[in-house]
Design a protein around this ligand. Structure first.
Ligand SMILES: NC(=O)c1ccc[n+]([C@@H]2O[C@H](COP(=O)([O-])OP(=O)(O)OC[C@H]3O[C@@H](n4cnc5c(N)ncnc54)[C@H](OP(=O)(O)O)[C@@H]3O)[C@@H](O)[C@H]2O)c1
Length: 299
């Protein structure tokens, strides 16, 4: 079974020494993990969210985990406001002198049937996830042109098949995917790479705690070909790779990190659970068919 239990990073600890990142949504969950991983590998990071106290506590978490000080800047800003995120980008440059990497991870989500969803609730999620991603990328562009930097947008896999009770998030993340591809096309000329990471279900995150129906864990696990939920660490490693020179020709990619979950159809799940049984069944059917043909030709 695949595992990411190793606590050792395969990346050198100085990989991002001297580099500066801005991470929206960096006050919690997956993006806090990403911010921590970047600092652990030498970068300075501005973390952006709406709640100052949450950011301060995230900063303490990062500093404790990485034994560093003065490498994290907390900026309270709402990504729905271009002015606010533009000011956050300026504050990052004022503190650290440059900007190399941007992670757009700020997002909102909840379960609601489209029939019961108010237009305002739908718009709010699109505004945070999609408009917020556009605002952040656009605000960062002048500094990324100078550094020939890179962007990673955090999307999802919900939108690939459509997910019940998440019309708002599916629509918003489909827009993030499209935006990622277009920005990769338009900004390649500046040496800026624009990619996305699409996490599957990630254990111990607000997203999963809030959105996973109780008792669904085993069912979800049985539907994942690699038979484990994702961890924040899986997304950290993919981020470290995509920002590194190892990915210097990779742009416009949407890197799915889900253990194969979204690809799996009920047929795929049944076949992987009982591959031997399925094979025996198919062989028997073929033998029956051949026998019936033989009998028919004798008539
Ligand atoms: N968890 C999963 O299994 C999963 C799966 C697929 C994709 N994802 C994606 O991964 C990312 C992180 O998810 P997570 O589960 O780790 O969520 P999370 O802990 O809820 O993180 C979301 C962050 O965004 C910030 N935020 C929300 N609205 C904002 C706004 N208007 N302006 C600025 N910041 C805002 C929140 O802080 P404030 O509330 O303080 O602003 C929070 O820190 C999201 O893009 C999510 O869609 C997660």
């Amino acid at each position: 079974m695949a595992s990411n239990k190793s606590t050792l990073s395969v990346f050198p600890p100085t990989l991002y020494a001297g580099k500066v990142a801005l991470v929206t949504g960096g006050g919690s969950g997956i993006c806090l993990g990403i911010a921590t991983a970047l600092v652990r590998h030498g970068a300075s990071v501005a973390i952006v969210g709406r709640t100052q106290s949450k950011l301060e506590s995230a900063k303490a978490t990062i500093e404790a985990a990485t034994s560093t000080t003065n490498k994290v800047l907390c900026i309270a800003a709402d990504v729905r406001s271009f002015e606010a995120i533009n000011a956050a980008v300026s504050a990052t440059a004022a503190k650290f002198g440059r900007l190399d990497f941007v992670v757009c991870g700020a997002a909102g989500n909840f379960l609601c049937a489209a029939e019961d969803l108010s237009p305002n609730a739908f718009k709010t999620v699109v505004d945070i996830d999609l408009v917020g991603t556009f605002n952040t990328c656009k605000a960062a562009l002048p500094l990324l042109k100078l550094s020939k930097g890179a962007i990673i947008n955090i999307t999802a896999t919900l939108q690939y098949k459509g997910t019940l009770l998440m019309a708002h998030a599916c629509a918003a993340k489909a827009g993030v995917d499209a935006l990622t591809r277009v920005l990769a096309l338009e900004w390649g000329q500046y040496g800026i790479r624009v990619n996305a990471i699409a996490p599957g279900p990630i254990d111990d995150t607000t997203g999963m705690t809030k959105l996973m129906p109780s008792g669904a864990r085993d069912l979800i696990l049985s539907a994942i070909p690699l038979r484990r939920m994702g961890t924040v660490r899986d997304i950290e490693f993919t981020t470290l790779y995509l920002f590194s020179d190892a990915a210097s020709l990779v742009t416009g990619a949407i890197e799915v990190v889900d253990g194969g979950e979204w690809l799996a159809s009920p047929m795929a799940i049944v076949s992987s659970l009982d591959a031997a049984g399925m094979q025996a069944d198919v062989q028997k059917k073929r033998a029956d068919y051949n026998a019936s043909k033989k009998n028919a030709s004798k008539l």
